[in-house]
Structures are given as structure tokens and as C-alpha cells.
Design a protein. Structure first.
Lengths: 355, 355
């Protein structure tokens, strides 16, 4: 069955209603719902409303603590350390980026480090405020360990996320948002369903042996980092920023999103904001960004390539399409949301859902 | 013929003498010579004394301007923009990192952006001052375009470098230093000089066809980024930091180190320094770094792996060995240095060179 096309506002409203019913304050429910529905609209469904059942489970179990917006532990003119106190990841990350923006506007550069936090979804979401203000940002987080050490068999880190964004004159901002694994788990699942092989170097089986069988990677095996030891090194850099610098838990100390409703994940986040206005007029920076993107996009194309696509463009185009035509949501995900809604006492009213 | 083992101080002194003879002021010659000899000692020969002939050529041609240490163009409490005025890359990068350290010590975070600069060699060298002071650092630079746009055939960026370092209690610092290409250009150059093949997937020839012949990659072909579009996206991030944020040249505007003695490369550099002392006692940060590295290194090992090696360790071990036993230098490189020395009027006296 093809995905249903749900109007963005209806999807966002459903997510908000479910979070409200689970006891989340209205401001936090609105923000978390917006992050989830926006991720779906951008086609990043693994960060979308499919997470609502486990979010509600974590809230009910006490692992996520709505209403806690983070407490400033230490501060300098350009940096701030925030204790999330097991609050909702989106709420605290949004606030941390706000704090980094204020620091950057005052001194040219701002860093916010967050400890004792939880899953924040799609990193690109938190880049919107800096780029709207003409600022450059780099964000990361640690995550539950599901990728082994390079050369080892023990899972001690995730294929961690790296988000980088900068404003561009006359265009959507440049938004790089990726994880350090060779292929996203969803793409490996899709290859398994279609009976396709994945490229060598994508992952290993449960015994740590290289395989091109996507089923073996998903079932007990694991995904490898891009560039082998290089990607693992970058992953360690991200863990140092998000885990060591924040004074929080890291690597194998971190807890999974699933299966432990009463435990916070104890994640750390890191946000860097730089004001290009220190170096030149902000409008000149945005012009040079446009010049750079034009340079890249004007490249002679390889055979079979219709257009040079830069980071962020596929998501931005899906986003525009979803706002016009509705957000594509898998029927299996809708069913789970309806089950959750019935259980929690929320009426589902999705005008676009052709079911 | 095996590499000659040259005492570190003799190698450094030879490099310094050649630079002095080329008209470089003593303080700058000492610094540049130290960066080159140290890179060789760490086994990073592509950033080592093999670069001296082209450095001297650039100095004589006017592309490198010794004596120019950089001028501060703009400044804020946490950030500084430095015009290198075509000076030696090592000289200006070292000064830029100093400036970022001062900013970080004052406000918690410091950023230095450098424009109109040149080749600075091995990034790891510039991490030594921050880590000695208990600080965390992230460094990058743009470089001559020798990697194509992802999906394209036009070279508009280099496989740019990323350096990240943090101090560790009771250990050598964690130093990640890599380029976003599958293999560094210098290593491909070295392979070509030695007549060796490079691994499949490293690059393509002038027609865009995969090749393991380093000569074909260097001469008209190109190096591929790690992780395909992901590595290309990270490369764009580094170019934005080093090229757009600095207000300087970028991508295809940049010039090669080789072949144009009279032109500056017009490179941009970026240095970020963060003081962990804002977030916790610095000694606690260094303890947590040791805890994290111990965690990674204690991983169960994959079959055939004797030890989990983290970023920086191979270079640090080679460095210690080279300080004890001498720095291994290829006979072909020594011959070129001797030719240069004879031409420039420098007496070569290398006690360890068994030739």
C-alpha cells in the first residue's frame, strides 16, 4: 500500500495532541510535534512521527521528563553548559542553540554543551534559527552505541550525526546533515526487502565478517563508518564534543531509546554558532555562499547525472512538495499512531489520509 | 634502496639552512623547518622535507612571501580575521592558532580565520600549543582543487584536511588529522614516486575511470572523497569554514602549490579553540578523555587485530622511534635536497645518512 498523504498541519496537530495527552506542556508539545512532522515532510521518516510511540512510552516511564528545559551549570562569555535533567531532547537542544546564538551575537562565537539529555530527532531542525539570523552553525550529539570500534567487535559508539548549516543569498540555506555510517539503516532495510546486495564496505555480519548481504547487516551485524578508520576518527571527534566536553555519559554508558522506559538516555549535545558578521558584512557572506554553491552546481556533470545536487537539496525539495501535497506517511506508521491515540484518548482526524 | 635514517636535529637543521639561504628570516625558517622535519618524523612524509624544493621555488618566485606574519583585519572578543598577505602558511597558521588560544582563554571559545595564505603542511603540528594548554582544537584549510564535485567532472575543491585534538591525562593527546579523500594526495604522489599501486576506490583517471595507478590519478585523474556524497558534503563544510567565512578565495579560484612560482595559493585557514575549563576542571576533562580512550582501546578485537589503534597513535609511535633512531628519508628525496643545497650554496652534513 502506498503512503498516505497527510496535510502537514494535521500531522503536526496529531503529534501535538498525543504529546499533550501524555502530559507534555503545550509549548514543549508544539516544538516536539513540529520537529517530528518536519522530519517526515523532509522525507527523514526515521526522525519523524514513527518515534511517537516510544516517546510516549519514555514520558510515561519517566525516562523523558517533560517540563524540564535545562539548567545552566556553568557559563563564560562564549560558552555555556546546560544540564538537561532528562528533559525532552528537542526542548533542551532548541534552548541550547538559542543560548549559543546569544553568545555568538555578543562575542562572535558561541558554544553550548548539553548533558543528561535525550533523543532530539533530526539535527537539521535546530539549524533553522541560526541561519535565519545569518549565522553559521555546527551541531552534534552522541547516541546509543550500535557501531563497533574500528578494528574491534564491541559496540561503543553510534554512527553519530553531524549537522552544519550556513545561510545563502537568494536560496535555501546550505544544510549538511548526515550520520557517520556508510549507509542509513533504512536504506539497508530497503535493499534487504528488494533482495539487493549492498556495496562492499557497508557493513559486517554478526561475527564481524564483511558482507554485502543487507539482511545479515541488519540482523545482528552492524554498519561500518564512512572511510573506515577516517570515519571512525570523525565519530570519536563528535563523541568528544558531545560526550567528553559536556562532562556527561559517553560511548557504552549511553542508553537506548527503546526498551528502557524508565531510564534517561543520558545523551550529550554540542552546538557551535559563528557570526560571519565578525569577518565581513553578513550580506557579503551570504553572497559568497551563493557564489560557492553556483560554482559547485555549475560543474560539468558525470554521464547519467541530470543535476549536481548539494547537501540539503533533496530534503528541501521534499519539504516543499510535502507542504503542497501532504506528508507521505506509511500505513503501518499511521496504524501505530491510531492505536496509540485510542489508548491515550485522542481523537484522530486526518483529512488527507486516504485509508 | 631503504630510507636513510637522519637524526631529527640534522634534518631540521638542513631544512632551516635551505630556507635561510632562500631568504627566510631565522624565526620563520626555524618554524617551517620544524613543521617539515616533524612531519617526516611522524611518517607523514608527504608533508615533510620533500616539499622544500617547491617551497624554495615559491619563495624565489614571489608566491610565498617570507617575513609576512599576517595582519589582523577584523576582531571581536572571540574571533579574529587575519590577512596572511601571501606569507608562509606555517608562519601565519601558527600565529592564527596563538590568537585563537588567547580568545579561548579570555571567553571560553576562540576562532581565527586566515585569508591569502599558503600551504601549511601537516595540520597536527598546529594542535600542539592548544593541547599543551589543556585546550581542544579543530583546524582546517582549503586547498587547490583536485577533487571533482560529487556527481560531476569539474575539480572545484581539494580533499580538504580536518585536524582535531584534545589533551588526555597520562597519555599523548588525541590527535585526529585526516583529509577527506580516500587517500591523501601526498601519499598518492609518494606511491607514484615509488612505483607502487594504490587501493581500488582511491581515485579515477582523466576519463573518470577507476584506476589503481597513482600516476594516472595525479596526472589528470582525481582522488575520490570518503563515503561518496557524505565525504563531499563534509568537504563543502570545510571549504565554507576555510574559504567562505574567511572572505577569501575558494574552490576553483585557488592555485596549485606546483607550477606557478610567482603566484600565492590564496588559501584560507580556520582554527577553533575551546577551553574545557569553562565546563569543568581541566584535569577532570583530561581524565574523562583517558577514560574514553581506555573504553575504545579495551574493545574486543576483530580476528587478526593485535591492538585497537586510535587516531594519532601510529604517528606518535613513529615520532618516538624517529627521535631515537633517526628519521627515515627516501634516497630520492635526499638527492633532491642535495641538488637544491648545491644550487643554493648550502653545505649538507647529515651524520646519519648512510649513503
Amino acid at each position: 500500500m502506498p503512503p498516505a498523504l497527510i496535510p502537514f498541519e494535521a500531522l503536526r496537530h496529531l503529534a501535538e495532541s498525543l504529546l499533550l495527552a501524555a502530559g507534555v506542556p503545550i509549548d514543549e508539545a508544539a516544538l516536539v510535534a513540529d520537529t517530528l512532522a518536519t522530519a517526515d515532510a523532509r522525507g527523514m521518516h526515521s526522525h519523524g512521527v514513527m518515534r511517537l510511540p516510544v516517546y510516549v512510552e519514555k514520558i510515561r516511564g519517566g525516562g523523558f521528563r517533560p517540563g524540564r528545559k535545562g539548567v545552566v551549570l556553568r557559563e563564560s562569555p562564549s560558552a555555556v553548559l546546560i544540564d538537561a535533567q532528562d528533559g525532552l531532547g528537542a526542548v533542551v537542544m532548541d534552548r541550547a542553540v538559542d543560548a549559543a546564538i546569544v553568545k555568538a551575537q555578543a562575542t562572535g562565537v558561541g558554544v553550548a554543551a548539553v548533558t543528561n539529555s535525550n533523543h532530539y530527532g533530526e539535527g537539521a531542525y535546530y539549524a533553522r534559527k541560526p541561519v535565519e539570523r545569518g549565522l553559521v552553525t555546527l551541531l552534534t550529539s552522541n547516541g546509543a552505541p550500535n557501531m563497533p570500534v574500528w578494528g574491534g567487535l564491541t559496540r561503543m559508539t553510534g554512527p553519530l550525526p553531524l549537522t552544519f548549516a550556513a545561510p545563502v543569498r537568494g536560496r535555501e540555506p546550505f544544510v549538511l546533515d548526515l550520520a557517520m555510517g556508510v549507509l542509513a539503516r533504512g536504506k539497508i532495510l530497503m535493499a534487504a526487502e528488494k533482495g539487493l546486495e549492498v556495496p562492499p564496505g557497508t557493513g559486517v555480519d554478526a561475527d564481524g565478517k564483511p558482507t554485502t548481504d543487507p539482511g545479515k547487516i541488519i540482523n545482528g551485524g552492524w554498519i561500518l563508518p564512512i572511510g573506515g578508520y577516517k570515519g571512525f576518527g570523525i565519530t570519536m571527534m563528535l563523541e568528544i564534543l558531545a560526550g567528553v566536553l559536556t562532562g556527561g555519559a559517553l560511548g557504552r554508558e549511553l542508553r537506548e531509546l527503546y526498551g528502557v522506559p524508565d531510564r534517561s538516555q543520558s545523551l550529550g549535545h554540542f552546538a557551535l554558532v559563528i557570526d560571519p558578521g565578525v569577518f565581513m558584512d553578513r550580506s557579503l557572506f551570504e553572497e559568497r555562499m551563493a557564489f560557492y554553491l553556483d560554482m559547485i552546481k555549475s560543474s560539468e556533470r558525470a554521464p547519467g547525472v541530470d543535476e549536481i545536487i548539494v547537501a540539503g537539496e533533496p530534503e528541501q525539495r521534499r519539504h516543499l512538495r510535502a507542504l503542497a501535497d501532504g506528508v507521505p506517511i506509511e500505513p503501518s506508521v499511521l496504524t501505530k499512531l491510531e492505536t496509540l491515540a485510542a489508548e491515550i484518548g485522542v481523537t484522530v482526524n486526518l483529512p488527507g489520509a486516504a485509508r
